[in-house]
Design a protein around this ligand. Structure first.
Ligand code: SER
Length: 321
């Protein structure tokens, strides 16, 4: 019998591309996409889709039972910037959705969980360069607190109840399909869109703010490889550090200028600057590399090329239509 997968939060930035990849790997009918609404019609129409509020335990449970789901990817979350505006909502969604899937696994309804953590678990007291796997984590954002606490619960459910839960501390993810929403690293996606459409960008972080980042293809590869890895290779049940590239707004701007020389940038830091300042600039992910063979493919310029080519195609398509 083949594995049946449920993706919760499938219309989001990562969920959209994860759904496509999992359907390539396991077959369209074996991957059920779900979200709280139908905001991404391409995804909704691309295979089985259910409307599910991740906070509703019975809705998640019924869907798992109806489709004989054995594996859940829980991608629904409020991110760092939105979490600061709606702290209680972020706590409610990020924690309760995690408890629902952990408890479904504890009760035997499902067998395996992917739940993303984030570099937001780190805080101002964390070493900022080559941040180790095991280090001080005193996050200052609600989002970071939910991810840190979530990591502890994942490890607890694994130790106490044998739940097979796997996780990655994603850095900022850059992609050209679905837009991110409500994150501090979102500038690194917006900048490409503005470069292609308007030729200029006003950045909400200052020019020397260095953050860990990753191209979407690498993030999806890491996620599927972690989930496919044999159990004995998984030594971390909280969340793995994961790294690809680190850059500042100025460096991404210079990378774009190689292809769009007339592109201009201005800087107007807002409340997200304080969030970015509390996060590391680079991450030591040697544990992921040693345990399950993680390797990234995209550096800054390769990512820039891929982003600009794809966004230029989207602009041409809209102009043509
Ligand atoms: N991309 C996230 C954010 O900026 C970090 O995981 O909130």
């Amino acid at each position: 019998m083949s594995s049946k997968i449920l993706i919760i939060g499938a219309c989001g930035q990562i969920g959209t591309e994860l759904t496509t990849r999992l359907r390539e790997l396991y077959g369209v009918e074996n991957v059920i996409a779900s979200d709280i609404n139908t905001r991404n019609l391409d995804l909704v129409n691309s295979g089985p889709f259910e409307i599910i509020d991740a906070k509703n335990f019975n809705a998640v449970k019924d869907c798992c039972k109806n489709y004989n789901i054995d594996t859940v990817y829980l991608m629904a979350a409020l991110l760092s910037a939105t979490g600061e505006k709606y702290p209680m909502e972020a706590w409610d969604l990020n924690m309760n959705s995690l408890f629902h899937v952990l408890n479904l696994a504890k009760g035997g309804t499902i067998k395996k969980i992917f739940w993303p953590s984030s570099i937001a678990v780190f805080g101002p007291t964390t070493p900022t360069e080559n941040t180790p796997q095991h280090t001080t984590c005193e996050p200052t954002t609600v989002y970071g607190i939910t991810k840190q606490v979530g990591e502890r619960w994942c490890e607890y459910y694994h130790e106490k109840y044998g739940v097979d839960v796997r996780s990655i501390r994603y850095p900022g993810i850059i992609s050209h399909k679905a837009m991110p929403g409500g994150g501090t690293t979102d500038y690194a996606v917006e900048i490409y869109h503005k470069a292609v459409k308007e030729g200029s960008y006003e950045c909400f972080l200052s020019e020397h703010t260095e953050l860990p980042m990753m191209f979407m293809d690498d993030a999806i590869k890491a996620t599927t490889e972690l989930m496919q890895a044999s159990t004995e290779k998984i030594n971390i049940r909280s969340a793995y550090n994961l790294s690809a590239i680190s850059f500042t707004p100025q460096q991404i701007f210079e990378s774009i200028k190689k292809y769009i020389p007339e592109f201009t940038i201005t800087y107007k830091p807002d409340f997200r600057q304080a969030i970015a300042d509390s996060w590391p600039s680079s991450i030591d992910d040697s544990t992921a590399r040693n345990d399950w063979g993680w390797q990234h493919d995209f550096d800054l310029d390769k990512m820039t090329q891929e982003m600009l080519e794809n966004l230029q195609k989207q602009v041409c398509k809209v102009d043509f239509e």
